[in-house]
Design a binder for this molecule. Structure first.
Ligand SMILES: Nc1ncnc2c1ncn2[C@@H]1O[C@H](COP(=O)(O)OP(=O)(O)OP(=O)(O)O)[C@@H](O)[C@H]1O
Length: 228
């Protein structure tokens, strides 16, 4: 589903954020991406979502080489990906309905179908009752779940989450991860960037670790290795 082959990313100005990164993430796989602040986690997610281009190497999504696509193909590629941001990136002057509907509006989905899909997405994250609210009327955890509903509303095969539990307490963090597990259980490929080593240790998922732009480990989280 996602394949990196010897990928490098140097930002304009010369900073080398990722060096020689290679890994595969299969359809239906769920993994964590971790590493210190500045290690390159967000950069790696931005490369997958075509917000940045690699300087060298190859990135395949569903066997398409996204390092070689042109501008007109980018929106088409992005339909495969639901992106969740730590700061939610919600439009504060729009209702929860409008926020979640955004990817469908961009795709010109009809009004009736949009309503059906937004209601289904909000039900999935347990926020049906907030459909007419504005983001400031919701707690941080609820806003995060609106961001998740928006990311899954067009049923992408890949979900990328950048520090999705960053501002949440341990109980809410676990609730969010459980939601990702639900999507994963129906075949969605999920990659979660996080600093939260406690959370990673409690879960039994593959963990990719970056250090200064290099991938230093790719394996199961510690707890599973200890059990085996
Ligand atoms: N647009 C940019 N231009 C130049 N340098 C950048 C740019 N974006 C990121 N960088 C640099 O690339 C490095 C990796 O940044 P990135 O945001 O990927 O790290 P991160 O692991 O996600 O960090 P954090 O956990 O703090 O969010 C950092 O040193 C950062 O300063």
């Amino acid at each position: 589903m996602i394949r990196f082959n010897a990928v490098n990313k140097t930002y304009p100005g010369g900073f080398n954020a990722l060096r020689n990164i290679s890994f595969d993430l299969d359809a239906g796989e769920m993994a964590f991406l971790t590493g210190h602040s500045g290690a390159g986690k967000s950069t790696l997610l931005k490369l997958i979502s075509v917000m940045e281009k690699p300087t060298a190497g190859q990135i395949l999504i569903n066997n398409s080489d996204i390092s070689r696509i042109n501008y007109s193909q980018i929106p088409y590629m992005r339909r495969n990906i639901g992106m969740i941001f730590q700061n939610h990136n919600l439009l504060m002057d729009r209702t929860i309905f409008d926020n979640v509907a955004l990817p469908l509006v961009i795709e010109n989905v009809g009004h009736k179908e949009t309503r059906k899909r937004v209601e289904a997405a909000l039900e999935k994250v347990g926020l049906s009752s907030k459909i007419k609210c504005y983001p400031h009327m919701l707690s941080g955890g609820e806003q995060q779940r609106v961001g998740i509903a928006r990311a899954i509303v067009n049923k992408p095969p890949i979900i990328l989450a950048d520090e999705p539990t960053g501002n949440l307490d341990p109980k809410l963090s676990l609730d969010i991860i459980r939601l990702f597990e639900e999507f994963n259980s129906v075949g969605v490929c999920v990659l979660i960037a996080t600093h939260d080593l406690g959370l990673i240790a409690r879960m039994k998922y593959r963990t990719l670790t970056l250090k200064q732009g290099t991938m230093i480990t790719d394996g199961l989280s510690h707890s599973e290795e200890e059990e085996e």
